[in-house]
Design a protein around this ligand. Sequence first.
Ligand SMILES: Cc1cc2nc3c(=O)[nH]c(=O)nc-3n(C[C@H](O)[C@H](O)[C@H](O)COP(=O)(O)O)c2cc1C
Length: 238
Amino acid sequence: MNEARTDPLEALAGLLRRGTPRRFDPARPVDDGLLRRVLAVASLTPSEFDLQPARFVVVREPAERRALRPIAFGNPLPGDAAAVVVVLGYLHPHRTDLDAIVAAARGEGAMTAAREAELRGRVATALGHRGEAELAARAGRAGSMAAAALLLAARAAGLAAAYVDNLDRPALRSRLGIPADHAVCGIVAIGHAAAIEPFAGRLPLAEVCFDGHFGRPWNDAASRAGVPDGSAPSAGLR
Ligand SMILES: Cc1cc2nc3c(=O)[nH]c(=O)nc-3n(C[C@H](O)[C@H](O)[C@H](O)COP(=O)(O)O)c2cc1C
């Protein structure tokens, strides 16, 4: 058995290296059941205080998807994808959803009275006095994490997936009825790639990773020497 194939980190690197398709094959659909499973995985994304602010508007209807092309400033990916998922971050889950989230956690055996009191206190301290701009920034970060998970889940399901951020957000809001208390994080277009693209590569770890202090070079040679079997990490982990 090839160990590298079963290494979860290698598998994840493979999904990231698969990359963003330049075009989707518009003739190849994606099964509803598979898309549902992909969304279910993305909905497991963790969030601050487990407030779960990510929301997904799934656009499947071809005419609706095509209408997103001008909204994506001419980008053909949304129109040609089998499904477009608009990822949102809800600004006010601490006001409207906390009771239900606590009750669900209690049902799972994951919430005691003491933990609930602590959680409510921490939520009030961290979010209770925040203005809308700060809440929007937090919702955007949470939703973007869910979008990243969605991208990886789609690829793990054998599909191609593209994150598109360059959007006319006011036009998107108006077309899909997205209310002001939801941040638009981006869209994840999902389908089958028209062609396999070569991976463009990434900056070396030594260039993007600092050692304990910004600007202090990460000791990449030492970290490589620590690889358990003595071999260099594969290209995907470099
Ligand atoms: C947060 C984010 C926003 C992106 N926005 C766009 C976009 O607006 N339009 C687009 O065509 N690609 C977009 N992409 C795709 C990137 O251009 C692509 O991931 C990058 O060039 C690396 O290529 P690869 O994914 O093939 O490795 C985005 C990717 C990310 C992660």
